[in-house]
Write a protein that binds this ligand. Structure first.
Ligand SMILES: [Fe+2]
Ligand SMILES: [Fe+2]
Length: 235
């Protein structure tokens, strides 16, 4: 096996792990969240493909064959995964660096304050989706199944909309680029210490993860929900 093949294999394996790792955070006892068995391997496979592909050429219609519930369940599992696993992991590396270089490296003050601020914004972004956007989509699903009265559906449609989500959905992952620019500007003339490189690596992987997540929200979830919304409006 040549080095390139090995490198690709390691890369594929890393991606696979990243994509499937979130299945571990789903609480099997939780009743309201679509359970693990709903996260069919087929869906995970298509998502893995998205991780490997150039985003501009990704055939989104491949994801449209899954139900809105499945896509929602996947996104919710991802939210949980970010909050309970990814953010703490990155924070831990940050703490490690701080303990090692805290007294000598000035850069750490700006890095820590940036990251704390970023974390708050990310938590707020996820909270908005979990408290407003996702429940609205769940209600659209209920309405489409005939579980709501005409009046209830009318009120629902007048109070919220997919269009307002489109307008307010910020590309939160972009800000993470600041981390690399802080680190790079600091270590311009010298070699970046290893712990910083590890940290940077984690942050860059997380940035990619959040970008793919936003793509699924914007290009799969929102269009599917918009279609359902339009149908209910026309009814
Ligand atoms: Fe999200
Ligand atoms: Fe989002």
């Amino acid at each position: 096996m040549d080095a390139k093949t090995l490198e690709n294999l390691v890369e594929t394996n890393k991606m696979y792990q990243l994509v499937t790792e979130r299945l571990e955070v789903i609480d099997p006892a939780a009743q309201d969240i679509y359970a693990r068995f709903n996260m069919e391997s087929e869906l995970m496979e298509v998502i893995l493909e998205l991780y490997h592909n150039d985003e501009d050429n990704f055939p989104f219609q491949k994801l449209q064959k899954f139900s809105l519930e499945q896509v929602l369940a996947y996104l919710q599992a991802s939210h949980k995964f970010y909050l309970s696993k990814k953010l703490p992991e990155i924070e831990q590396t940050m703490m490690h660096i701080f303990n090692k270089y805290g007294s000598t490296h000035q850069i750490l003050a700006s890095l820590t304050s940036f990251f704390n601020d970023y974390k708050n914004r990310l938590v707020e972004h996820i909270r908005m989706e979990e408290k407003t956007f996702f429940p609205y989509i769940k209600s659209l699903i209920s309405a489409s199944k005939g579980e709501m009265t005409t009046q209830e559906t009318k009120t629902l449609l007048s109070e919220c909309s997919i269009a307002s989500f489109d307008d307010n959905h910020d590309p939160i992952e972009d800000d993470l680029k600041t981390v690399s620019s802080i680190i790079h500007s600091y270590s311009l003339n010298e070699e970046t210490p290893l712990p910083y490189r590890v940290f940077l690596n984690q942050v860059e992987l997380f940035e990619m993860e959040l970008r793919k997540h936003a793509i699924i929200e914007d290009h799969v979830l929102a269009p599917m929900a918009r279609e359902l919304e339009a149908k209910l409006k026309a009814a």
